[in-house]
Ligand binder design. Structure first.
Ligand code: 13P
Ligand code: ZN
Length: 276
């Protein structure tokens, strides 16, 4: 039996976390990631799991996930450090037979608890497990700079955000054809925001938290990271376009260019000088 950190789902998780860090989406301990293990993956790692510790409350009820195992990031742990020290930053947790409590079975060797956004992660997983017929396994929360910036200037409506972001990159409507949802500012880390986010996950794979970040759901690490990356890139293009539309206050004029041509004895064709 291999080490848990060598299992392919753990390696995929760690790589994705590092990719997110390199994008600049995970300042300090910002963001969190969770993965619902397949039955065969649970069997693969079971001989190496720790003796069960105490059951602790999830902070919400997820009966649809009773008995499931998850790989999750730890609360307060830095994405930046995951690649160097996964055992200290991430954990495998097991849920009880009611979906009300969890216990740590591996990882967080220096102490700690799963992400403070565990209620949102698990409520999203519960919804997605059902509506995708068990296909979706990854829930990803990142502090994506451009999407966050847009939540200060665009109306916080699903329709407006979806339409604006679809328009900025031809592939967007293909990558998230169901659109995306937005919720206004709420206190993070609890059951209330988890309920609102999981409602959006019934119909979308992307939920934006105003002035905070984004949640994405997907089948695997590539698709979920790719979704986050696509939405954030589209937001970056939109911000560039909006910034450019503010116009110039002053510029090099046609006449300036003519004067330059004269003094420097170069020929600047008129057709490039004249602006339609
Ligand atoms: P955690 O460190 O508890 O995962 O919290 C980070 C975060 O992004 C909260 O929204
Ligand atoms: Zn956050």
């Amino acid at each position: 039996m291999m080490n848990i950190i060598d299992a392919s789902f753990v390696r995929g998780f760690v790589k994705m976390a590092d990719d997110g860090f390199k994008q600049g989406w995970h300042e300090r301990n910002g963001g969190n990631l969770s993965y619902r293990l397949k039955t065969e993956e649970v069997e693969e790692v079971k001989p190496r799991l720790n003796c069960p510790g105490e059951w602790l409350p999830i902070g919400t009820n997820v009966p649809g996930l009773a008995g499931d195992y998850f790989l999750v990031t730890g609360s307060g742990k830095y994405f930046r450090n995951i690649i160097d020290n996964p055992e200290a930053c991430i954990a495998i947790i097991e849920l009880d037979d009611k979906g009300e409590n969890y216990r740590i079975r591996w990882g967080l060797v220096e102490g700690g608890t799963p992400t403070s956004e565990l209620p949102t992660h698990l409520m999203n997983h519960e919804v997605k497990k059902k509506v995708t017929h068990e296909k979706h396994r990854v829930i990803y929360h990142a502090h994506t700079t451009n999407v966050i910036a847009l939540t200060f200037v665009l109306p916080l409506s699903d329709e407006i955000f979806t339409r604006e972001l679809w328009e900025m990159a031809t592939e967007c409507p293909v990558v998230f054809p169901d659109g995306l949802g937005v919720i206004g500012w709420m206190v993070p880390g609890g059951r209330e925001i988890a309920i609102e986010t999981s409602k959006l996950m019934e119909k979308y794979d992307v939920a934006i938290w105003a002035h905070h970040g984004m949640f994405c759901s997907g089948e695997d690490f590539d698709l979920t990271f790719g979704l986050m990356h696509t939405v954030e890139k589209s937001a970056e293009i939109l911000i560039k376009v909006m910034s450019m539309n503010s116009g110039k206050n002053q510029t090099i004029t046609e006449d300036n260019l003519r004067d330059l041509a004269k003094d420097f004895n170069v020929n600047l064709p008129e057709r490039f000088l004249y602006k339609k």
